[in-house]
Design a protein around this ligand. Structure first.
Ligand SMILES: Nc1ncnc2c1ncn2[C@@H]1O[C@H](COP(=O)(O)OP(=O)(O)OP(=O)(O)O)[C@@H](O)[C@H]1O
Length: 357
């Protein structure tokens, strides 16, 4: 898909803005605090119905305004056009696709957005929740059956944890079965996804880090030599003592190894950034290969942190992948040599006003 027009109202210091982006590369420049990240935040909100900067979406609404609105006209892969929009007042979220009220998941399918920002490298060393979210976003876009199974698994887990807390043991075996059934399915989706992602990631790591000695190792969240239902039964005393379920896909994780050593402990900060860049872009690449549903890539303030060679590599890669990309930097020069990039657009942001250059 391609965003043809984007309208933003009351997102942080952007009171009202309308842009017609290029289908390929869009470079967004502006001084510190001009509103560049707010523009990317608006696009992220449109795709994911949440912010990447705060858990409290109300903080993204401009001061003194009751609600934010982000809307767009987009062209799908098959050429058809859709109007999408989201309105958030801090309590309620309204989503519209072609004049119909829809769910967050519908929006996420229509506008897959991948975000890369200076804190993305923490994917390697932050808590496993981040890595599960990374995997699940990829699988959600990769396989339409994932969401239903994931929801059933989540519900079973919630129910089981509630029973553990209230020590109601009578119903627990029914929920063990449900949790094991859908948990095993969620685990299968994740295993398949890692397997599909691995070769794409290896290629991407080869391009950005000049190495193929990279390995993703997945941990299901329980000892897979045993069936999940058996593990749940064996864990029951421990689970009752602590009031939550210790084993299952909600404890899954994956680790990244370089030359058989944990990447987060041995690679330099710069290499870790490139590794995470490769991970995130390999998700996009896989999505493009299999779903033919081009992803919109948002890159906030990253180019300034890359050396000249890696900036050039990144631009070259982005110019050739057929995705719509939005990148921010304070100066146009921060993006590096733009000679190889064609048909790109530049937008300048000043005190929340966005103008094409
Ligand atoms: N809810 C809000 N309403 C109005 N303005 C806000 C709100 N939240 C933050 N701001 C202000 O919006 C401005 C734009 O912030 P933003 O992070 O988008 O700037 P930026 O151009 O990305 O800056 P930098 O280059 O320093 O990262 C800042 O001055 C910030 O204080």
């Amino acid at each position: 898909m391609t965003l043809l027009k984007l309208d933003v109202f009351s997102v942080r210091n952007i009171h009202s803005a309308s842009i017609q982006p290029a289908p390929t590369l869009n470079l967004i420049t502006g001084a510190n605090a001009s509103g560049k990240s707010s523009l990317l935040e608006a696009m992220f909100i449109l795709g994911r119905a949440r912010s990447f900067r705060t858990h409290h979406i109300k903080q993204a609404i401009s001061f003194d305004q009751p609600q934010l609105i982000v809307a767009a006209q987009l062209r799908h892969f098959n050429g058809s056009i859709s109007q999408i929009g989201i309105q958030i007042d801090g309590k309620q979220t309204e989503i519209r696709i072609d004049q119909e009220n829809r769910q967050k998941a519908d929006l996420a399918y229509v506008l897959p957005v991948q975000l890369i920002h200076p804190k993305s490298y923490r994917l390697l060393d932050a808590g496993p929740q981040n890595r599960r979210e990374f995997l699940d976003w990829g699988i959600f876009n990769h396989n339409k059956n994932f969401l239903t199974n994931w929801r059933k698994f989540s519900k079973a887990l919630q129910q089981r944890n509630a029973l553990l807390k209230s020590r109601q043991l009578r119903e627990i075996s029914a929920w063990d079965r449900e949790l094991a059934e859908y948990g095993s399915l969620v685990n299968d989706f994740r295993q398949d996804y890692i397997q599909a992602l691995q070769p794409v990631f290896l290629q991407m790591a080869g391009y950005f880090l000049d190495t193929t000695q990279i390995d993703l190792r997945f941990n299901a969240g329980w000892d897979e030599k045993q069936a999940l239902e058996q593990v749940l039964k064996a864990d029951l005393d421990k689970d009752l003592r602590y009031g939550f379920t210790h084993s299952g896909p909600h404890r899954a994780d994956f680790l990244t190894f370089h030359n058989h050593k944990l990447a987060k402990d041995y690679l330099s900060r710069g290499q870790q950034k490139l590794l995470v860049l490769a991970l995130l872009l390999s998700q996009v690449s896989l999505l493009n290969q299999e779903a033919q549903n081009n992803c919109c890539i948002l890159i906030d303030d990253l180019t300034a942190e890359l050396d000249t060679e890696n900036r050039a590599k990144l631009l070259k890669y982005l110019a050739g992948i057929g995705c719509q990309v939005f990148m921010t930097a304070t100066e146009l020069a921060d993006f590096g040599d733009l000679n190889g990039a064609e048909n790109y657009k530049v937008f300048h942001v000043e005190q929340g006003c966005i103008k094409p250059v």
